[in-house]
Design a protein around this ligand. Structure first.
Ligand code: NDP
Length: 495
C-alpha cells in the first residue's frame, strides 16, 4: 500500500517539518499517511502568510468579486477532475465506504460552486432618506484572517461549508484539519494554487487541537475562528476567543429526533430513519439518533425497521457495496460500546445489534453493528448524549404535544425530522421544533442555498446559503456629507 506523505501547505507551497504523525486505517490497521506535527513556528508562518495575503488588498480581499468568483470556478473544475482520488483518501482515512465518500466530495464541490456564484454579488445597502446633503452606505467587508478547525467525520463537507464561503467574501484562511484525516484538506489546498487562487490565501497546518488549534484560537492576528466539532471543544474555543472579542462560528453536536406519525408514508419513513441512524456509521452531527414513533403504529414500524437494518452491509472502505464502515478509532469504538452498555444497564430494550463486528475480514477494524433500542425514556443516557455511532434510541408517543416535547427535550438543536401526510400537522410541528433545520417527509436532504446551524448548544452562526457567506463579513456604515447645503441637526451617536 502506498503511504501518502504530507507536509504543511503554507504560502502556496509545501513547508517541511521534522516531526510527523501517522494515520493508520481504522478499517484494517495499515499505515495510510504521515502528516506534519506542527509547532509554533509553522502556525506563525501560516498566519503571517494569510495576514499578508489579506492586508495587501490587491491580492484577494479587495479585488473585484467577479475575479474571486472566476478563480473559485477554476478550482471547482479541478476538484471535479479529482473526485475519485479525493473520495478514496476520504474513505481510507475516515473508514467510510467509498460510494458515500464520493457523494461527500460531490456535495462539497456543489457547495463551492454555489459559494463562487455568491462572490459576484455580496449584498450591501444604500440609505438615501437622511437628507439631501447626506448619503449612507452599508457595506459588507471580508472579516479578515479566518482560522478554520475541522473534524474527522466529514473532512471535506465540514471544510466546504466554510472555506469557499470565506474565500468568496474575500477572507484568507489558515485551516487545521483533524490530525486523523488531514489528507483531503491538503490536496484541495494544493489544487487551489493550480486554479490561480493566490499564494497565502489558503494555508493548512496539521497537528493536534491541543497545540495547533489552541495557537490559532489565541493568536491576535486571526480575526475569527470557524469551528466544527464537539460541544466541549466549541465552548473552550468560545471562551478563549472572548478574551480577544474574536468572532466565532461554531457548528457543534446534535441529538436529532425523527417524529413518525401514524399517518406517515411508512415506507418512506422507514428509509429515512434507516439512513438517518446508520449513515457515516452514525458519526454525524445531524444523525437521526432518536426515533419518536406514534404508539398505534410503533410495533409494526419497529418490526420492519429491524428487518431492514439486518440487510445493512458493513465493509471495508473500498467495498463498493458497503453501507457502513469502521468507526474512527478504537477509543471511539469503545466509547460507542459503552453507550450501548449504558442503554442495557438503564433498562432500554435491545432490539438489534449492540456488538462489535469482526467477521468477514473486519477483525482488524473498529466496526459496530447497527443497534436499535426501544423503550427508551428521556432520563436515559442514550436519549440525552451524542453517541456518534450507529445507535438508534426509540421512544413512543401518543399525542402531537408529547412528540414535540420529547423532541425538544435536549440541550442540542441542530436538526429534526417530521413524517406525516397531514400538512397542517407537519407545519405546526416544524414551527415548534427548536432546531436549525427541520426535515419534513425526508431526512438529511437539503440544498446549498439553505443555511445550516444550530439552536441551543448545537452552535453559533450559520453555514451555507447567503447567511453562510455573511458570517465571514463585517458590516461597515459610511456616512457621506455631500456638498455644503444647510441641513437639519446632524444625527450623532452618543454612545
Ligand atoms: P473534537 O471537538 O475534539 O475535534 C474537532 C476538531 O477540534 C479537531 O480538529 C481537533 O483536533 C480540534 N481540537 C481539539 N481540541 C481543541 C482545542 N482545545 N482547541 C482547538 N481545537 C481543538 O472532536 P473529537 O474528535 O474529540 O470527537 C469527540 C466527539 O465530538 C464525537 O464523539 C462527537 O460526539 C463530537 N463531534 C462532533 C462533530 C460535529 O460534526 N459536530 C464532529 C466531530 C466530533 P485533533 O482532533 O486533530 O486533535
Amino acid at each position: 500500500m502506498n503511504v501518502r506523505e504530507y507536509e504543511n501547505w503554507i504560502d502556496g507551497g509545501w513547508a517541511k517539518t521534522d516531526r510527523k504523525v501517522e494515520r493508520k486505517s481504522p478499517a484494517h490497521g495499515e499505515l495510510l499517511a504521515r502528516f506534519a506535527q506542527s509547532d509554533e513556528n509553522a502556525v506563525n508562518a501560516a498566519i503571517e502568510a494569510a495576514r499578508r495575503a489579506f492586508d495587501d488588498r490587491s491580492i484577494w480581499s479587495a479585488i473585484p468579486g467577479a475575479e474571486r468568483a472566476k478563480a473559485l470556478g477554476r478550482w471547482v473544475d479541478l476538484l471535479i477532475r479529482e473526485i475519485d482520488r479525493l473520495a478514496l483518501i476520504e474513505a481510507e482515512e475516515v473508514g467510510k465506504p467509498i460510494r458515500f465518500a464520493k457523494a461527500e466530495v460531490e456535495w462539497s464541490i456543489e457547495l463551492a460552486r454555489y459559494a463562487a456564484a455568491l462572490a459576484w454579488q455580496i449584498p450591501g445597502d444604500l440609505v438615501s432618506n437622511i437628507g439631501d446633503a447626506n448619503l449612507g452606505l452599508v457595506t459588507r467587508e471580508p472579516r479578515g484572517v479566518i482560522g478554520m478547525i475541522t473534524p474527522w467525520n466529514f473532512p471535506l463537507v465540514t471544510l466546504f461549508q466554510k472555506l469557499p464561503f470565506a474565500l468568496a467574501a474575500g477572507c484568507t484562511v489558515v485551516i487545521k484539519p483533524s490530525e486523523l484525516t488531514s489528507g483531503s484538506t491538503l490536496e484541495v489546498a494544493r489544487l487551489a494554487k493550480d486554479a490561480g487562487i493566490p499564494d497565502g490565501v489558503i494555508n493548512v497546518v496539521t497537528g493536534s487541537g491541543r497545540t495547533v488549534g489552541e495557537m490559532l484560537t489565541g493568536h491576535r492576528k486571526v480575526d475569527m475562528i470557524s469551528f466544527t466539532g464537539s460541544t466541549a471543544v466549541g465552548i473552550r474555543i468560545a471562551q478563549r476567543a472572548a478574551e480577544q472579542v474574536k468572532r466565532v462560528g461554531l457548528e457543534l453536536g446534535g441529538k436529532a429526533a425523527n417524529i413518525v406519525f401514524a399517518d406517515a408514508d411508512i415506507d418512506a419513513a422507514l428509509d429515512g430513519i434507516l439512513l438517518g441512524y446508520v449513515l457515516n456509521q452514525g458519526e454525524e452531527c445531524v444523525q437521526g439518533t432518536r426515533l419518536l414513533v406514534e404508539d398505534s403504529v410503533a410495533d409494526s414500524f419497529l418490526e420492519k425497521l429491524v428487518e431492514r437494518s439486518k440487510n445493512i452491509r458493513l465493509g471495508l472502505p473500498t467495498d463498493e457495496k458497503a453501507d457502513v464502515g469502521a468507526l474512527i478509532h478504537e477509543k471511539h469504538m469503545e466509547q460507542v460500546l459503552s453507550y450501548i452498555q449504558s442503554g442495557i444497564d438503564e433498562g432500554a430494550t435491545l432490539l438489534l445489534g449492540g456488538n462489535r463486528v469482526t467477521e468477514n475480514g473486519l477483525g482488524k477494524g473498529f466496526y459496530v453493528a447497527p443497534t436499535i433500542f426501544s423503550d427508551v425514556t428521556p432520563e436515559m443516557t442514550i436519549f440525552r448524549e451524542e453517541i456518534f455511532g450507529p445507535v438508534l434510541a426509540v421512544t413512543r408517543f401518543t399525542s402531537v404535544d408529547q412528540a414535540i416535547a420529547l423532541a425538544n427535550d435536549t440541550n442540542y438543536g441542530l436538526g429534526n425530522g417530521v413524517w406525516t401526510k397531514d400538512i397542517d400537522k407537519a407545519i405546526r410541528v416544524s414551527r415548534e421544533l427548536r432546531s436549525g433545520t427541520v426535515y419534513v417527509n425526508t431526512f438529511l436532504e437539503t440544498a446549498v442555498q439553505l443555511p445550516f446551524g444550530g439552536f441551543k448548544e448545537s452552535g453559533i452562526g450559520r453555514e451555507n446559503g447567503l447567511d453562510g457567506l455573511l458570517e465571514f463579513t463585517e458590516v461597515k456604515s459610511t456616512f457621506i456629507k455631500l456638498g455644503q447645503r444647510p441641513h437639519a441637526l446632524p444625527h450623532t451617536v452618543a454612545n
